[in-house]
Design a protein. Structure first.
Length: 453
């Protein structure tokens, strides 16, 4: 009894010191795993990851020399990859079956960052829908003072007065300039808060707004020009190929949703590559829009259900909701949009244009934070990419987009030990990313995967 108690006390002391950042000299070795390191290189069976403090010391196949005092953990049968990075998501405004600015509290943001982490997501880029307290929350998260996924953000995006993005969905702190001059001044204000990117909304919300209610080229050109003066990249919410053409010519850096009204032409693909544009397809956004009209195969999977806010499952399975989806004109548009989005992703990826994982999770109750990332990866495979390519997109490419690839995104010496550990091989079936055994952050296990909320 005494020896068991001593072991327990040592373990408690180790994990407490690690969480507080004092485990700098502790060496942990994860042995006998299959490692998928995020670089695109073949999986490495029978491999050990040596971690000292919060960083990876080595990733070594076969026999290793075990440092004195090291903690060894057998990972036989497990698959270890870098934790995921979602480069288009939202936090704070979602609560229950509502998305409003009133929901945006520090407690709600923290809760959602932990949910992302439970699903193996170690970093998110929230795309321009923060409330005032969001700046401090972002800064606290990146300083390591808030647990959960690291919170990067565009902070306060740019839309149109009385139109996109709808204030009724909680987008109440978005800049809405009415001239190029006003837009430039607002970018100057935003730049003081050092957003990771600048977000603009350039579409008509599935035809719900008229042409004079969408952001005009003179305004978004001024935003892009002023953002670049401050060293900031601009990401565009868009839908139409015609808008993509104009935005690319205006100097956009990131296309934050799929082009979905038609298949992109070779000339524009070449221009995107030349201009080094990053593409975030958010395929799951389109699938979620009409999936609940029927009964998707994951509807009753606890892995999905545990990602939902209270009340959402009852909402999406109700006869009235199914009827609403069936009658909506947007549903028909989304059903036509997804095949085009899949085709465009494959064409863009094969051309060598950088692609990053993004989901738009958290922008509405039906886009489940945490589950959406795993759904997105399955849709990318459906588009024609291999599981290995998708895993690289979802880890390394996201780190590159966020300019954090020196520390995150791959399992290599010197990088943070942010790990997603799986029970089954994701290279055999990308849906095996849902078999989460554990999530590690900075060399410490922080989650056993998603649980009921």
């Amino acid at each position: 009894m005494k020896s068991i108690l001593s072991i327990a006390l040592v373990a408690i002391s180790y994990f407490a010191s690690a969480q507080s950042g004092d485990a700098g000299q502790t060496t942990t070795i994860l042995t006998n795993a299959t490692v998928i390191d995020g670089t695109g290189k073949p999986a490495m069976p029978n491999t050990a990851i040596i971690i000292k403090g919060d960083k990876i010391v080595s990733v070594t196949r076969g026999k290793i020399a075990v440092p004195g005092g090291a903690i060894q953990i057998d990972m036989t049968g497990k698959y270890i990859l870098p934790s995921l990075i979602d480069c288009h998501s939202h936090v704070g405004n979602l609560k229950g079956t509502t998305t409003t600015g009133d929901n945006y509290t520090p407690e709600n943001v923290r809760h959602q960052l932990l949910r992302f982490q439970d699903y193996g997501v170690s970093a998110i880029l929230s795309m321009g829908t923060e409330q005032s307290i969001g700046v401090a929350l972002r800064d606290s998260s990146l300083a390591g003072k808030i647990p959960g996924a690291a919170f990067y953000s565009a902070l306060f995006g740019f839309g149109v007065k009385g139109a996109m993005p709808p204030e009724s969905m909680g987008m109440t702190h978005v800049y809405r300039p009415q001239s190029a001059q006003e837009a430039a001044g607002m970018v100057q204000q935003l730049a003081r808060y050092h957003p990771q990117v600048v977000k603009i909304w350039v579409d008509d919300f599935y035809g719900q707004y008229k042409k004079d209610q969408v952001m005009q080229p003179a305004v978004y050109t001024a935003i892009i020009r002023e953002a670049h003066k401050h060293g900031l990249r601009v990401a565009a919410h868009l839908y139409y190929l015609s808008d993509a053409r104009r935005l690319i010519d205006a100097g956009i850096d990131i296309i934050a949703h799929s082009i979905r009204d038609s298949v992109i032409d070779d000339a524009l693909v070449a221009k995107m590559k030349k201009k080094k544009i990053t593409y975030i397809p958010t395929l799951s956004l389109d699938d979620f829009a009409y999936a609940y009209e029927g009964t998707p195969d994951w509807l009753n999977d606890p892995f999905f259900q545990n990602a939902l806010e209270p009340g959402v499952y009852d909402m999406i399975t109700s006869a009235s909701y199914k009827e609403k989806i069936g009658k909506s004109s947007v549903t028909a548009q989304e059903k036509e949009a997804l095949p085009k989005a899949l085709a465009n992703l494959l064409k863009i990826y094969q051309a060598g244009i950088p692609v990053a994982l993004g989901t738009d999770a958290g922008a509405s109750p039906i886009r489940a934070q945490g589950f959406a990332e795993h759904m997105e990866m399955a849709l990318m495979v459906q588009a024609g990419l291999t599981p290995m390519q998708v895993l690289q997109i979802s880890t390394h490419n996201g780190a590159v987009l966020l300019h954090i690839d020196k520390d995150k995104g791959t399992l290599e010496p010197g990088k943070k030990a942010d790990l997603l550990i799986l029970e089954k091989d994701p290279l055999q079936d990308i849906r095996n990313t849902r078999t989460i055994y554990a999530v590690w952050k900075g060399g410490v296990k922080v989650s056993d995967g998603p649980v009921s909320h």
